[in-house]
Design a protein around this ligand. Structure first.
Ligand code: ISC
Ligand code: MG
Length: 467
């Protein structure tokens, strides 16, 4: 078994407990080891099923950077606002008293918090999202990181002066062994099961698009993103691992994520980065404006070219670029914005795409950038506050974590957040799936409805349907 040596863990935790006694403060102990085994991240996730409600999955597009967290060593939860500043403050404080091994840091290895924030904490919460707090970031007890073809295992624990070292070492080591048992075996998803789809407030959604488009034509507002929900019902439990496995295969150019809380799981495959920070460098993307994929290469190119010239879609996109540039310029120097969008293609849809980079100003943190950017007009609208007010008033939907920031942050302040779109909430034998569209003055409600259908396909297919 190639797990972290029990003696190493024992030494570090015992040292942490001594430190906790001497400074009268809790201590974060984090030990990581590079293992020379191949671990299938979905198998590892499945092995953690005793910890349902405390599992998290994240992988970046192309799938060569994956993190799987099992068990909460520490959680940052809020039931009020998203509290980005508070999470950051607590995270810095937790790291101030820490024992971290090894000293040389590898991005995504060691003390890392992962989780998600709500789209709009000011919108009244319904029982749909009753299992989730408004925001939840967790420091996993067990973290598997796959990066640059290396496999790392991390154990995180917060100890106190009276922590029983032997007990905690024994339980963590046993759990780690169980998680890694035969974890090289690739996870096999079971066959998809039948399910039915119920549209939620379809006609109301279509007429709300008409209403908002006419308000935009009257210059009341420039852009509003309106989302809708479908409810999926089956006789069988939707299994998170099966869905993760299919998303990994079918959506390789997207961020794949799953966050559990209680018995529910928020899961999806989003093509849209909100922000990545690596040292002084920051990367964001504007992704808005959509068209179908073609059935042949020729048709696909034709549709792509049509999208690149379509005035409605270019306007939808331009609003996003303008707002992101301005938010980015507050936190970054040397902001570089390409002049024209290109295409970003995922299995079921193609989008207009403008990547933006910048050099992060000295005092600016990742969560500060998240707060400045969220929600971009690709998810909310423009101007931001007016659009949020409009969504609160008109949308028949509790978005919860849908379209909110989802990602991770390490103890160096680096990390990445995507926006939680192309996603759904798994609730046993049922699931809610969400999709939204950027509405501008010349949006056609039936076309927008069709656009949401394309955006629902990745999750419908991952649930096991033939979409
Ligand atoms: C809000 C969603 O997509 C956004 C991202 C890309 C393209 C979009 C659009 O063309 O409308 C949306 O702004 C969603 O998928 O639920
Ligand atoms: Mg659109």
């Amino acid at each position: 078994m190639v797990t972290i040596q029990q003696s190493t863990i024992h030494k570090k935790i015992a040292y942490g407990v001594e430190q906790a006694k001497s400074v009268s403060h809790s201590i974060l102990v984090s030990t990581s080891t590079k293992v020379d085994l191949i671990i299938d991240p979905v198998t590892f996730y499945e092995r953690g099923k005793n910890r349902t409600g405390e599992r998290i999955f994240w992988s970046a597009p192309s799938g060569d950077f994956v993190m799987v967290g099992i068990g909460n060593a520490y959680t940052f939860e809020s039931n009020g606002g998203n509290n980005f500043g508070q999470v950051e403050k607590e995270w810095i404080e937790l790291n101030e008293f820490s024992v971290i091994e090894p000293k040389e840091r590898v991005s995504g290895v060691g003390p890392v918090i992962l989780g998600a924030f709500s789209f709009d904490p000011r919108k009244e919460k319904t029982k749909l999202w009753g299992s989730f707090p408004v925001s939840k970031m967790m420091l996993p007890q067990h973290l598997l990181t796959i990066t640059k073809n290396e496999f790392w295992l991390t154990l995180n624990v917060v100890v106190h002066g009276d922590t029983n070292v032997d007990e905690i070492v024994e339980s963590l080591s046993k759990e780690q062994k169980d998680l890694c048992k035969d974890a090289h075996i690739p996870y096999e998803a079971s066959f998809g099961k039948e399910f039915i789809i119920e549209e939620v407030s379809k006609d109301e959604w279509i007429s709300s698009v008409d209403t908002v488009a006419s308000q935009i034509r009257n210059n009341e507002i420039e852009k509003v993103v309106l989302a809708r929900e479908i409810r999926v019902k089956s006789d069988f439990l939707f299994k998170t691992e099966d869905i993760l496995n299919r998303l990994r295969k079918e959506q390789p150019s997207s961020y794949i994520f799953a966050v559990e809380s209680g018995q529910d799981c928020f899961i999806g495959a989003s093509p849209e980065r909100l922000i990545k920070k690596e040292g002084e460098e920051a990367f964001t993307t504007c992704l808005a404006g959509s068209i179908a994929r073609g059935n042949s290469e020729e048709e696909d190119d034709h549709l792509g070219n049509e999208l690149l010239q379509d005035q409605k879609n270019l306007h939808e996109h331009e609003v996003v670029v303008r707002a992101i540039r301005s938010a980015f310029e507050q936190g970054c120097d040397r902001v570089i914005v390409p002049e024209n969008p290109t295409l970003y293609k995922v299995r079921d849809i193609q989008h207009l795409y403008t990547p933006i980079i910048g050099k992060v100003k000295n005092t600016v943190s990742l969560l500060t950038l998240v707060e400045k950017l969220h929600p971009t007009p690709a998810l909310g609208g423009y101007p931001r506050e007016e659009a949020l007010r409009k969504i609160r008033e008109i949308e028949h939907l509790d978005r919860g974590l849908y379209a909110g920031p989802i990602g991770w942050l390490d103890s160096n302040g680096d990390g990445e957040f995507a926006v939680g779109i192309r996603s759904g909430l798994l609730q046993g034998k049922e699931a809610s799936l969400f999709a939204g569209c950027g509405i501008v003055g010349n949006s056609d409600s039936i076309e927008e409805y069709k656009e949401t259908q394309m955006k629902l396909r990745p999750m419908l297919s991952a649930l096991g349907g033939s979409f």
